[in-house]
Design a protein. Sequence first.
Length: 455
Amino acid sequence: MSRSKKKRAREEQALKSDDIQGFLAEFQNEGDRAVAILGAGLLYVWLQRLLTAYFVDDAQQVEFLLGVDQPIGSFGARIRLAYCVGLLDNPLHALLTRIKSIRNDFAHQLHGLTFNSPDIAGKCGELRATLKFPEGFQEPSRAAFLAATMSARMGLWARIASLEAKNGRCKVPEWKILGSWGVRGVHQTAVNSPGINTGSSRKSREWTMLANRLDEINEELLNQVCSEQWDESPTLEFKAVLPQPAPDDKPKQEFLKDVTALANAGGGDIVYGIAEINGKANARLPISESTHPADATQRRMGQWLESGVEPRIGGLDMYPVRLASGDYILVIRVPASFQRPHRSKVGAYWQWPVRSGTHTADLTYSQLRDAFDRGATLGERARRFRDERLTSVIAGTTGRPLRAGPRCVVHLLPIEDLSTVQLDAVAKPMLDTLWQAFDLEACGFYDHLGNWVRQ
């Protein structure tokens, strides 16, 4: 072993010893609540060190990912992640999970809880079983918790040392990918390299809408769509002519089916006034303003949707793109609905369509059942999230410090995070938005590094 490696080994050993001795010395005279919460806090830090040693070598991105206000910022989330990527074996995972449970009990009950309380004592008994204490060895529950905490901490340290010794850090893939951001979203073209079959030189079809915002769609973009023969996709469909009232209501039924299918899938744009051939945009066929006024057309379509789709689709937009000739092309932007499944009316009957690839199909029995189940659980997930956050506020364990005194707590829940909807490139601008926080005295926001910037 080289001198530098020996020095590092001595430093690691010293750090390990100082952590243990410092922890035990500091908490000898602390109350049970402090021991439980801060003991779990020690493991929280070491879990972060373990994940940092495993993730790619990009300190800024990893630090941001592991921030306390990020999806894997909680103790429980880090335990699950470390286990799912194979960094924890079953015994260590069980030990950390039980320590987390004890910590949560102390954090969420404001008073009257000690290590001698029946529930806590029972969980400490599970810690003894996990650590395989000698039969008949019954040290106090508090001592068992401390022993479990130290054992878990040593286990995490050993795994970090193993990762470093075996160079087990994740590597950034060396695929040669060219990326560029344009009005259509993110385009990626694979360059010839070992193991990648690029096929045609033509760019692959993208799951994207015409543009991020409707007001970005103009005549120039529509000309580009036709000249480049953009492909139809799961989120983009071209229609040559508007649906018109007819005795058999077929155009109306087809319109309702197309809109409902997108709402039941990932959302998308339906473009009226562009012809397609073999699934590719071919030519503009502008809608005459004199024959089919845009305002009247939108009112008629809106009435059809109100009477022919259940439940109503919130957030749907109709945008007439004005051309130099005075005519227009109509873009209907359908959101990925969080109230799905929706159904559309066909005569005296109802159907449950969904966009599948570049065509529309009916939801199968299992898909329909899953859609109803998912919709029913969104409200419950939102309520559970609110209850957990309120508990954290009361216990003083929120990621951001809160001022002492009376508080009014308002939660704005991003529903897309509670559902299984996959956001596509159209959500890119949302990633650049700074989350804002307000109080009664000032306004400010947290920047991407978590620093508070007061306005």
